[in-house]
Design a protein around this ligand. Sequence first.
Ligand code: PRP
Length: 209
Amino acid sequence: MQPITLALAKGRPAKSTIALLEKTDVQFNDFHEDSRKLVFYNSDRSIKLLFVKAIDVPTYVEKGAADIGIVGKDNILESKADVYELLDLKIGKCKFAVAGKKNYTPEKGQLLTIATKYPAIAQKHFDKKGEAIEIVKLNGSVELAPLIGLADLIVDIVETGNTLKENGLTVLENIEPISTRLIVNKASFATKSTEVQQFISQLKSALEG
Ligand code: PRP
């Protein structure tokens, strides 16, 4: 068996993913989400785990620095990485949505300004609708933008909806559901097919169990 490298996104779903891996008897005994360590091995060292920033996981996998990645669909879509997406882990379920002030109605022919952490996703959504937009790229607290007139609307992740609600905003349009997915490097899928398939089927059984 060849060793495989797994890139796992830091952040909200990391703990659930590790718990799921443990159900498949893949344990990383020294893993702790608050640890500053970035590389971990399971007991027989057949799996190397790289703990990386979520938006970088698709790049690690596309470039072959990792064979497998576990990361949110949001980052897969935004990165546009050329990888295989093979499994939905159904962790971290949320959605992409267009949101704004309640009853917001743009003027006819108005060029909408959209604030977002996800410019590629926002652009694709409005391109599909044939609407021209101007994007304001932000890195967080996106909900502020419509409140202070920095943007007309936002494209962002909605999980519980609390952030929107507490800022007097509402979902105006759903874009697509998001959850944690397993992605695979295209070359690894061919050259490490046994290991990759085994890893995926173990995860599938853990999900079903
Ligand atoms: C995300 C997202 C929303 C919020 C949605 O932000 O960008 O702001 O969570 O969650 P909710 O629907 O459960 O309220 P994050 O917590 O990553 O912080 P950020 O604004 O600094 O990016």
